[in-house]
Design a protein around this ligand. Sequence first.
Ligand code: AMP
Length: 399
Amino acid sequence: MNILVINAGSSSLKYQLMDPDNGNVLAKGLCERIGIDGKFTYKVGSKTVIDAKEVAMPTHAEAINAVLEALVSPEHGVVKSMDEIDAVGHRVLHGGKEFTASCVVDDACIAAIEKCIPLGPLHNPANLTGIRACQAAMPNKPQVAVFDTAFHMTMPPKAYIYALPYEYYEKDDVRRYGFHGTSHRYVSARTLEVMGLDKNPGDTKIICCHLGNGSSLSACVGGKCVDTSMGLGPLAGFPMGTRSGDVDITIVEYLMDRYGYDIKEMMNILNKKSGVLGISGVSSDFRDLSAAAESGNERARLALDKFTYEVRKFIGSYAAAMGGVDAIVFTAGVGENSADVRADICAGLEYMGVKLDADKNKTRGVEAEISADDSRVKVYVIPTNEELMIAKDTAELCK
Ligand code: AMP
């Protein structure tokens, strides 16, 4: 079976054609600058066959057509015809309270995604555009929507409710939703497998640290999410590349009054100019930050310290919330690649029974246990694979 996995943004579209049974990626790539000039990149295996070629893409429809053309092209296609593409799986940001799992795209599903637009105003419209473009290009292929929020819907009310007037929850759906759910689901399930507990997880307690440009933590008991750091939107939690994470709301009022910002400007500062970029003034990229910190840049060092300190605090609070922790798992760009960040986060957690093995922690980008043999809490690196989860859900729902 071959599943086309689509992650549509407002002016970009990532795609992968993969076999959900073995995770084998036949081809993948990126359409960028949709609505501007259109750039198309196409990779077979690790080889870039088409590199940012200019292709007219006034809308997502032309982008999807460019993807399909490349996949079946006699020159560098990976399938003979469209018949060999069985279904399409779409990443969708916000499923609101409606979606606790992935669903086959039909009129009701589209209406429900539309209903969630106020909760995901930047992403849901783009995701819908991707779905509609695929429906137009492949009217007979089943399509599945996989939601970033769905995995977190098992949180108990005390974790998802905000201490605001209850009517905002009842009437306006204001609550914690959480994001990166497909990654947290993959990583927590894979961790149980690695621990040999997937058939019988009991109440195994896992903290998943998805640390990338956007970052979030989840607390999972027996493979089910019980808490997560992002909230109604993906700005919440600890500092990220450019997002502030949780801040005292008083700061918002104070800065808006002082500088006359409107709410759009203020949100832009919190989303795009804050996080480790805001503190350091250097970069949102952790490689740049590490290099700057090593060459003596104190604000870059402070940004890294702030990041690891806040992640450590979240780990402590989730251990308290779950009554212990059996495994801590690192994933995504920073979590998979930065031994220093992992070591700094774990450095304050010895009291909880967390002991890293410095040699094992030197690993990068591959699955590994990095805790010392006598560590009470296991620590792992598990590279995330959201596309595989999307492909598996799609295959399962289209059987
Ligand atoms: P993601 O959002 O998961 O793609 O992660 C992107 C982030 O991973 C980038 O901002 C980088 O800061 C970070 N990253 C990638 N490789 C490394 C590395 N070798 N060391 C530290 N950070 C890395």
